[in-house]
Write a protein that binds this ligand. Structure first.
Ligand code: NAD
Length: 303
């Protein structure tokens, strides 16, 4: 049996926790003893309006079972205020779950700057602002867990979600670098690509499947990633419907050409099958590993 995961001395911020997945994360953290900052601006799925009651209701739910929580109604684009709420009420911050999000789906030829900008602002700038405000405190105490919410739409692409896919894969890029920068201060950073039945996915997923994709089936992974028990960093996990799996990059072994002699587009065409062949593929874990094949090619032709 695994050790019990508890957060008695810890403070967790969950952004966008007034509903959907964020609410489920906040409740589960609170059930595991965390003091929780429930952030939510309370706007629409499209990022319009604001309503304090979304976050307030979840705080009430947590208090109703004897948990400890406080609401924050700021936008994640004012992430410093969310972190300040944690400091003002609880004096510290240990775990940050960047979850807030909106959709402005449109096929690319209909995409307007406002749709592109707002999706970027909430998902990427919001996660940046909140994490950047929390970072000095996590560094100072040599402990932190940060979770970013990516999406399969970012990993694999999805029709009508160029803005959203860009933002969601951007968050994985942020995850990878913060995992490297945070490691020496025991700040571990991971990303999830969830699937859950929320207002965001209502109507997009067939109703029979939708009913089974409870948001609560995503939160156990998030709470684990937020705990001291988790020692992984830089990971990306697909999660939903009671299933969890890890995603990694894969790269073909590729084809090498003589860098001194140069090579032509026709040479590329001749090697295309080999370039795209994933037989015996590599799974570079970092930049140094990623550059190994290129360096080997330079060496091969250096003599
Ligand atoms: P949701 O709409 O139920 O929850 C999102 C919450 O974020 C809402 O409560 C909303 O008020 C809040 N929010 C929006 N903009 C905000 C802002 N500027 N500041 C603070 N709060 C803000 O949707 P959800 O499905 O629970 O989505 C949660 C996260 O999971 C999002 O980042 C979403 O992109 C991601 N996601 C969800 C799914 C899914 O299947 N539900 C799939 C992939 C990714």
């Amino acid at each position: 049996m695994s050790d019990v995961i508890r957060f008695e001395d810890q403070v967790v911020i969950v952004t966008g926790a007034g509903g959907g997945l964020g609410r489920a994360h906040a409740l589960l953290f609170a059930h595991h003893g965390a003091r929780v900052v429930v952030n939510d601006l309370g706007g629409s799925t499209h990022g319009e309006g604001a309503n304090a009651s979304a976050a307030d209701k979840v705080v009430e739910e947590i208090r109703a079972f004897g948990g400890t929580a406080v609401a924050n109604h700021d936008s994640v684009t004012d992430g410093d205020r969310i972190v300040q709420t944690a400091l003002d009420h609880f004096g510290r911050i240990d775990v940050l779950v960047n979850n807030a999000g909106i959709l402005r789906d449109k096929s690319f030829h209909k995409m307007e700057d406002a749709d592109w900008d707002l999706v970027y602002k909430v998902h990427v700038e919001g996660a940046y602002k909140t994490t950047h405000a929390a970072w000095p405190y996590l560094r100072e105490q040599n402990f932190g867990r940060v979770i970013f919410t990516s999406s399969t739409s970012g990993i694999y692409g999805n029709f009508g979600q160029s803005n959203y896919g860009m933002a969601k894969l951007g968050l994985y890029g942020l995850t990878r670098t913060l995992a490297i920068e945070g490691r020496k201060n025991n700040i571990l950073v991971n990303a999830i690509a969830p699937t859950g039945a929320t207002r965001m996915t209502e109507g997009l997923i067939p109703s029979q499947v939708f009913e089974q994709l409870k948001p609560e089936l995503v939160s156990p992974l998030v709470v684990y990633l937020g705990s001291a028990a988790c020692q992984d960093t830089g990971g990306l996990f697909e999660v939903g419907g009671g299933w969890v799996g890890k995603v990694r990059w894969e790269r073909s072994l590729g084809a090498g050409f003589d860098p001194k002699a140069g090579f032509s587009p026709e040479d590329v065409a001749a090697q295309w099958q080999r370039i795209c062949d994933f037989e015996g593929a590599a799974h570079p874990a970092d930049n140094v590993e990623a550059l190994k094949e290129m360096m080997a090619n330079l060496q091969k032709y250096a003599l």
